[in-house]
Design a protein around this ligand. Structure first.
Ligand code: ATP
Ligand code: MG
Length: 599
């Protein structure tokens, strides 16, 4: 392609709307244009990148025997009502765009395709002989994200590869799951990305496990916890650890103490000269279920630790049936306005004890009359601990479970912290890094097949629900994460495998006939050799062309400058900035070898 004939517009200034480097650079370099919040046009250079990523994904998926298909983006509400997700997705969470058609039928734009694929499986899979089978598609997804941001990272319209596998048994699912793990590692490696596979939260769906693939970058929205020995890596939402041992308490008798102005752990420790590990803090949450029920939750946890809200959400979701609900829709620390809706009297905030009386709750049809009391494992072993006295300005010291308070149901609700010891080897301590979730593989089990009645006849003649797995990789997010991981102050540095073009031939002065002739010849020779090459033949100053070439991040720049007098051109590598002169007739072979080595 000749730049003189392309719609090629770059910006000198950073666009105000962009916060992170990759978003700024994709806008500045003309790869994407914002059309609406979270909605972008992929300009021709971007589209080439996306097609390259898609092709790598396709090759790796096909290599596992999965088959490509294309499912409808517009989907009937009935399918989502059958799985029980319509109301949560369109109303409670509101992630799904929905509409009513001219026949008054409700439809939604696909945020994901479990319902559609399971319907197809229900109608086409009869026997174990047809299993396992795996279908995937590469397609635009729609999600009305609460906070669309960072360009393609969190769009409301974005490209995903999603695949769904069907099995007769859990063992068969595990085999495909392991194959997908390998395929995803291959995809990210081929795309030239530094990544970490991590244990992920499987949410309320349960299932036997899920794994995320994190592209490592400071701007990542996720925190990854890992150990140096490479034996453990998990999303912070899921991470487990051995917290430091508690320091023994010096309080020997149970007493109420005046502790004015000690609503925080730090001020309390100062006043009582105690360690935060001797304190039981009681954190109040407000949970709202899909049937409108509000439940007040009191979580007791050691003073030096924080509640992991993902773990808490999972526990509350498991308990939904206790409140005649099916799913949790919100979990917050209630602010003053929220408290006003259910508190019968002012709460002793900052001084709450594990036995805070239920009469603080003004129960109603939509507010559960009792606190749900839960405790993190970190508090079970504590003795003679310090905790609130249910009265502002007072704490109880020397308290004990079974004497002073009843120990609530205990479970792991702890947020792992840097420096904690690892469970697999206490000599290893947890480290942390930021990651961008590029892919997620999931052992679904029978959640959707059971809900939609997708069954098969097994070898023993019995009718059973299909065992399912699902596997997603964000094609457009992955492409931008490559930029996030690889750029400098001058612009993008594309990994060769997904760069829109491998090389750009820059003609410094198009009015110099020799420069133009050699430039054009090289441009043609390179393309003929399979090196995807641009020709910068614009009527611009050389400096502008060099700057643009760096900004758009093309791996190799070939300059037909003064050196052509000695039969050579200058070749500059974008990644290292290394410059070398190569004989004109050797350029095509030279670059072909370079490109082949990395693609
Ligand atoms: P997140 O936690 O980031 O919202 P998710 O868990 O909702 O992601 P999945 O439903 O597992 O994501 O989708 C599979 C992949 O699709 C993700 O790993 C990610 O790469 C991509 N993806 C999800 N949501 C978006 C989005 N709003 N914009 C761009 N890509 C996305
Ligand atoms: Mg999401």
């Amino acid at each position: 392609m000749r730049l003189s004939q392309m719609l090629f517009v770059t910006l000198r200034e950073d666009p105000a709307e962009a916060e992170i480097p990759s978003h700024k650079l994709l806008l500045r370099a003309g790869y994407i244009r914002r059309i609406a919040s979270g909605v972008y046009a992929y300009m021709p250079l971007m589209w080439r990148v996306l097609q390259k990523v898609s092709q790598i994904v396709r090759e790796e998926m096909n290599a596992t025997g999965a088959q490509e298909c294309l499912l409808p983006q517009i989907q009937p509400a009935e399918l989502w009502q059958e799985s029980g997700r319509w109301d949560t997705y369109t109303k409670a969470e509101g992630i799904m765009f929905s509409l009513t058609d001219r026949q008054d039928r409700e439809m939604g734009l696909g945020p994901t395709h479990e319902e559609v694929i399971t319907t197809i499986a229900r109608e086409t899979i009869r026997s174990y002989r047809q299993l396992p089978t795996h279908l995937y598609q590469i397609q635009t997804k729609f999600r009305d994200e609460i906070r669309p941001r960072f360009g393609l990272m969190r769009g409301r319209e974005f490209i995903m590869k999603d695949g769904y596998s069907f099995h007769a048994s859990e063992e068969s699912l595990k085999e495909t799951y392991a194959e997908m793990d390998r395929a995803y590692r291959n995809i990210l490696t081929r795309c030239g990305l530094k990544f970490q596979a991590v244990e992920a939260d499987s949410g309320a769906i349960g299932g036997s496990g899920s794994q995320e693939f994190m592209v490592l970058a400071d701007a990542g929205e996720d925190a990854v916890m890992y150990t140096e020995d490479g034996q453990y890596a998990a999303n912070l939402e899921k991470a487990v650890s051995l917290p430091p041992a508690a320091i023994a308490s010096e309080f020997t008798t149970t007493e109420k103490r005046a502790t004015p102005d000690t609503a925080t752990i730090a001020t309390l420790c100062d006043l009582l000269h105690c360690s935060p590990t001797q304190i039981v803090k009681n954190v109040l949450y407000q949970a709202v279920y899909d049937n409108g029920m509000t439940v007040l939750v009191l979580v007791s946890i050691r003073g030096d630790r924080d509640v992991n809200e993902t773990k808490l959400t999972n526990e509350l979701t498991r308990r939904a049936t206790d409140y005649q609900a099916t799913t949790l829709i919100a979990l917050d620390v209630p602010d003053a306005d929220a408290q006003a809706k259910w508190a019968a009297k002012p709460l002793p905030l900052g001084y709450i004890a594990p036995d805070l009386a239920d009469d603080y709750i003004a129960a109603s049809k939509t507010v559960a009359p009792k606190f749900l009391r839960l405790a993190d494992n970190t508090v079970t072993e504590l003795t003679n601990f310090v905790t609130g006295a249910n009265e502002t300005g007072y704490h109880t010291v020397g308290a004990n479970w079974g004497e002073t308070y009843t120990l609530p149901d205990t479970l792991d609700l702890d947020t792992a912290m840097v420096g904690d010891r690892a469970l697999h080897d206490p000599n290893q301590t947890l480290q942390t890094a930021r990651g961008i979730e590029a892919g997620h593989i999931f052992q679904l089990g029978t959640k959707y097949s059971a809900a939609l009645g997708a069954t098969f006849t097994d070898e023993d003649g019995k009718n059973k629900p299909l065992v399912m797995g699902c596997y997603g990789i964000g094609v457009s997010r992955l492409a931008q994460s490559a930029v996030e991981q690889s750029h400098d102050q001058n612009g993008i540095i594309w990994p060769v495998a997904i760069a829109p073009y491998h090389a750009v031939v820059v003609v410094p002065n198009i009015n110099t006939e020799a420069q133009m002739t050699i430039g054009t010849q090289l441009y043609e020779a390179l393309n003929a050799a399979g090196v995807e090459t641009l020709l910068d033949d614009r009527k611009e100053r050389a400096g502008v062309k060099f700057k643009d070439a760096e900004l758009i991040g093309i791996p190799y720049r070939v300059v037909t400058g003064r050196s052509i007098e000695s039969g050579k051109v200058e070749i500059v590598e974008r990644l290292t900035g290394a410059t070398q002169e190569v004989a004109i007739e050797e350029v095509a072979e030279f670059l072909k070898a370079k490109v082949m080595a990395t693609v």
